[in-house]
Design a protein around this ligand. Sequence first.
Ligand code: HEC
Length: 316
Amino acid sequence: MTHPTPRSRPWTGALGALAASSLLRALSSQAADVSSRGDATRGAVIFALAGGCGCHTPKGGPVGAGGTAIETPFGKFYSTNITSDRRTGLGEWSDEEIDRALRSGRLRDGSAESPVMPYDQYAGMADSDASDLIAYLRTLPPVEREDRPHQVSLPLPRLAFAAWRWLFAERPTPPDVAPATGVERGRYLSDHVGICGDCHTPRNRFGVRDGARYLAGVAKGPRGELVPNLTSDPATGIGSWDEDEIAGLLKSGFKPDFDNVQGLMAEMVDGIGGGAGLGQAPESDLQAIAAYIKKVPPIANALHSRDSGAGTKGEK
Ligand code: HEC
């Protein structure tokens, strides 16, 4: 008549111990995942210099939650959730997995990332900066938001991304440690952290940046915005600006004529949705970028004349 209480069954104790030990294992492996080799405080500076990884933040925030549409000739791509959410963000990714997505263009399952993610520019990011940035990303508050599938107008998109990566992705060798000062630091920050060329360099019909027109501006850049010529051409580029004027724009968004930048460049400077941008980066780094941009060889490319009929830079 007496029913054994569950407590009296010998196996429940064993099961409990097993459950506890697997929980412990799970917890410790999570702990291993979330602890990072990098330094999150230094990573915050890299994040600002990268314009707050703004493509990943929807207008108005939350930071890193993804879902922003990026229109390209190859379809509509949606940025992904890079917050620390375990299910929909990067919470369960190891440092190595995040690094591979950031600098090598491979997703967790080994497939190639879409080239809309500028991994071949981040590929030149120094090892220490990449691990600091990853440590910082782990501090982004988790936001549960499912990634949206890209609307790609190519047949076999996975194959196309793999082919693009194989054929076209640049493979700069990342330094262990970034150049510390001067024009070399400016070049490094411009090409591999702030990725100025991602918007300011025109692309060919395969979506590959045209090295022969480096930073020469794009009539219809991301979101259809006009992206001005940053080369030192005095008439059509910013050759007439001095270093302080360039650094000042990166800090405040104001041009020498007191007009302020709009759209994507304003997001680069201010960050969006509460994220940091170039404006929060150290002055010395903005000066280094300006010193480098001043040295970019001139390319004449008057973008405004055709659109506005005025032929004057700065008018739209
Ligand atoms: C996400 C795209 C994007 C990135 C990345 C980007 N820019 Fe821009 N930039 C723009 C757009 C768009 C404009 C035009 C803004 C406007 O019309 O007000 C612009 C304008 C500028 C201007 C003003 C030029 C002028 O003639 O008015 C400067 C200077 C500039 N960017 C420098 C940089 C530098 C340096 C970097 C890299 C550290 C950079 N930008 C990265 C999109 C970008």
